[in-house]
Design a protein around this ligand. Structure first.
Ligand code: UD1
Length: 339
């Protein structure tokens, strides 16, 4: 019998790629999504890639009675991978309560239902943002958690604490938090990818939209940082590699290989790339020059962040296989396909 896995936010950027990998590995998937920052068309993309249409329920997870009802109807759920959350850093500064409600109430309601079950497995979508500017690079999981730069970042920190505290008193609940570095790219089929609404806040969608002519010019936020070329360093991970890390984490919990009932893993490539390096790699894969300009630093940006991935490599048996070039060429193919 197939294991039934719920993917909240399963029509979003990372969620949709995880659904594909789960279906490829033989899991039965139920997607929950409220379509607030995603499109129902994504369901077609997933179905076309895997040949399997996942179950889908349009549901607002802030509505507690609906969450209770959902888990009553799906009492055979084996695990939950929780992506549904708001993720715009700037917006979170202006709308803190919306972010705390969206990102934390929903988490609490799901955990309350999982706690009632005899056994349950939970994967949480966390972020390297919890480290802030780490004192030592590459960043290991034991690096201290710094005060959050934004309400969004704070929801990831508090989210982890909520799960950790709940796991302490719930032996039947096993959880893993995955701290993603910078997810980019798209499925090689170009049938699913990132769909930013409005002006992209993240680097790679802004680059591909500039490359295609939707945006006139990319602003490079600061070239006076203490790095090799003055621009910030990040660990850009291909979303397909990232998706596979979720399957590895889930399998670890299902098999009972976990060493505690709450574990945390960094998910990145271990390689740091500067903004200018990303631009030059993009120019190489797209065969065109990118129009960009160096401007002032963006508030809240850390200088450099890249992962020490040895824990995930060793314990999850997972390693990123694709490089920056692969990721940028898939993002570019996706952008071209959208137009
Ligand atoms: C951002 C969030 C992080 C969140 C992640 C989710 C901030 C400060 N951080 O990470 O909390 O988890 O997104 O995806 O918003 N850049 C430009 N021009 C642009 C856009 C970005 O130069 O138009 C630069 C940034 O200054 C940064 C790098 O590109 O150095 C990556 O930026 P971005 O893609 O926004 O990711 P993060 O800031 O690392």
């Amino acid at each position: 019998m197939k294991h039934k896995i719920v993917v909240t936010g399963g029509l979003g950027f990372i969620g949709s790629h995880v659904v594909v990998e789960l279906q490829n590995e033989g899991f039965e998937v139920v997607i929950i999504d409220d379509l607030s920052n995603s499109s129902i068309e994504v369901l077609k993309g997933i179905t076309s890639i895997t040949g399997i249409q996942p179950l889908f329920e349009k549901l607002d997870l802030r509505d507690k009675p609906s969450v209770i009802d959902f888990f009553k109807r799906h009492h055979d759920v084996m695990g939950v991978i929780h992506f549904a959350a708001s993720k715009a850093v700037g917006e979170s500064v202006n709308l803190p309560l919306l972010y705390y409600e969206n990102n934390l109430n929903t988490l609490i309601y799901i955990l309350q239902e999982l706690q009632k079950k005899e056994t349950s497995n939970f994967i949480f979508s966390s972020s390297c943002t919890v480290y802030g500017q780490a004192d030592t690079l590459p960043i290991t999981e034991s690096a201290p958690i710094k005060e959050a730069e934004s309400p969004y970042g704070n929801t990831k920190q508090i989210g982890e604490e909520i799960i950790r505290d709940t796991c302490k008193v719930s032996e039947n609940l096993k959880a893993i938090a995955l701290r993603y570095f910078n997810p980019i790219g798209a499925h090689e089929s170009a049938k699913i990818g990132e769909l930013p609404i409005g002006t992209p806040q993240n680097l790679v969608p802004f680059i591909t939209q500039t490359g295609i002519g939707k945006r006139e010019q990319l602003s490079v936020f600061g070239a006076d940082y203490p790095t090799k070329d003055g621009t910030c360093i990040r660990d850009y991970i291909h979303v397909v590699d990232l998706a596979k890390a979720h399957v590895a984490a889930l399998n670890r919990l299902i098999k009972g290989d976990n060493t505690g009932n709450y574990e945390v893993f960094n998910i990145g490539t271990g390689q740091g790339s500067s903004v200018l390096e990303v631009i030059s790699q993009f120019e190489e894969v797209s065969g065109q020059k990118l129009n960009y300009k160096i401007v002032e630093r963006r508030a809240g940006d850390v200088i450099a962040a890249y992962a020490d991935t040895s824990k995930a490599n060793k314990v999850l048996g997972w390693k990123a296989k694709l490089n920056l070039k692969d990721a940028l060429s898939s993002a570019w193919k996706w952008e071209q396909n959208l137009n």
